[in-house]
Write a protein that binds this ligand. Sequence first.
Ligand SMILES: C[S@@+](CC[C@H](N)C(=O)[O-])C[C@H]1O[C@@H](n2cnc3c(N)ncnc32)[C@H](O)[C@@H]1O
Length: 285
Amino acid sequence: MKVVNDYIDFEIIDTSNGMKYERWGNIYLLRPDPLVIWNNGDLSNKYHNINSIYHRSNKGGGYWEDLKTVPENWVISYHDMKFNLKKMGFKHTGLFPEQAINWNYIREKIKESKRDIKVLNLFAYTGGATIAAMMENAHVTHVDSSKGMVAWAKENVKLNHLDETKVRFIIDDVIKFVKREIRRNNKYDVIIMDPPSFGRGANGEVWDIEKDLFELITLCNELLSDKPLFMLVNSYSGLSPTVLFNVLKLTNQRKGNISIDEIGLPIKTNDLILPCGIYGRIDYE
Ligand SMILES: C[S@@+](CC[C@H](N)C(=O)[O-])C[C@H]1O[C@@H](n2cnc3c(N)ncnc32)[C@H](O)[C@@H]1O
C-alpha cells in the first residue's frame, strides 16, 4: 500500500458510519465514503467546525448542506501544485487527493528521462495528472468527455501558470479518440488513464470498465512511441489488483515491467489508512 503522508492543505481527520471528515485548506467537509463500514461515533455531533455535509438521497445522488459559509471555489496546494476546488454533485470536490502517489511518480519519471515527453491523459477529469506532467515540461493531450471538467482543468493549468501551448484539451469519448489517434499515427511516451466503472462519452457512448478496459489498454499499445516511458492505470472502481495485473500482463506488448499496488490516505485520529483504489503501471525504462 502506498500512502500519501505529506499534505499540508489536506487531511482526513476522522471516519465513521459511511462518512469521512476532511479538512481542505480551512474548509471542513463531511462526505460519504462507502468503504467506511466501521462505527467511530456520530461525526456530525463530534465535530463543531464542519462547513458542509453531503447527504445522500434515497432517490440517488444527494446534496450539500452548508452549516457555515463555503466559498464558491477555493484553492489547495500539494507541494508546488495548486488545485481549484468546488463543492459538486456526487460528493465531489474536483480533486482526488490520494492521486498524489501517481502525480509524484509521473513527475519523477518525466524529470529523470531528461527528454521531451508526450503524455496522453485519458479520463483526465480536472487535470491532476495533466498538471503533474506539465510541471515537468511535458506536452499533454488531455481527454475527457465532459465540457465542464475540461473547463475546470483549463482553470487548473492557468492557476499553476503553466505553458498553455503545451496542452491540448480534447472533449471526446476515450475509445473513439484513441482509435482516431491510431489512424493518424500519433505516438506518446506516457499514457495515463483513470477509468470510472461506468461513464459516458461526449456523444453518449457507454464506457463499462468490465467490457471496455481490456480493449482500451490493447489499443493504447499502438499509441506508444519508439521509446515509451510508462503506462499508468488508476482505478477506484473496486477492480481487484490481480485482475488489473492480469489485464496488464496480457496486453504488455512491449514487455515492460509491471507493478501494482493499493493507494491510501492516513486517518488522523486513529492511525488507520483509508484505501482509495489501486494503480497498475508498466515501466518500459
Ligand atoms: C474518475 S474520474 C477521473 C479522475 C482523475 N483522473 C483525477 O485523478 O483527478 C473519470 C472521468 O472520466 C470521464 N469519462 C467518463 N466516461 C468517459 C468516456 N467514455 N470518454 C471520456 N471521458 C469519460 C468523466 O467525465 C470523468 O471526468
